[in-house]
Design a protein around this ligand. Structure first.
Ligand code: ZN
Ligand code: ZN
Ligand code: ZN
Length: 144
């Protein structure tokens, strides 16, 4: 069963003409650009100044690190790479905005996209508050 590889092993993306389309479809190219708008921001909690600290364990399985904060009800839940409690929380409650305590990125489950918390005004305060909790200082100003 000598299957001599005749097909090209090059995985380099070739033509650049489909780049835009790939980006829109969220093709599996690894890095996906964060969105600068989202239709679900009105579900944000009204108090995003007082946050649970970044080392709060998952409220269901007590996973200690890299949890997500629900930005609608401020529950802390583990990631899809642990026990998926944040994902299950989204499915059960419809809450779709979550902030990662591992890298402070904001994910919208309804948009299935990362949101740029420094560009979207409604997300700036919570991103800042989480940043201060995690690093003890204010985040650097966004580079515009
Ligand atoms: Zn959204
Ligand atoms: Zn969990
Ligand atoms: Zn929630």
């Amino acid at each position: 069963m000598a299957n001599k590889a005749t097909s090209s092993s090059s995985s380099q993306p070739e033509a650049a003409d489909d780049e835009t389309q790939d980006w829109i479809l969220g093709a599996g190219s690894g890095w996906v650009e964060a969105r600068t708008s989202c239709d679900h921001l009105n579900s944000l909690s009204s108090d995003l100044v007082h946050l649970p600290n970044p080392y709060t364990p998952c409220s269901r399985c007590e996973n200690p690190v890299e949890n997500w904060l629900c930005l609608c009800c401020k529950e802390v839940l583990c990631s899809r790479f642990v026990n998926r409690h944040m994902l299950m929380h989204h499915q059960q409650t419809g809450h779709c905005l979550a902030l990662s305590y591992s890298d402070l990125s904001v994910w919208c489950f309804c948009c299935e996209a990362y949101l740029d918390a420094q560009i979207i005004l409604q997300l700036r305060p919570v991103h800042q508050a989480a940043y201060i909790l995690k690093f003890g200082e204010a985040p650097p100003l966004p580079q515009l």
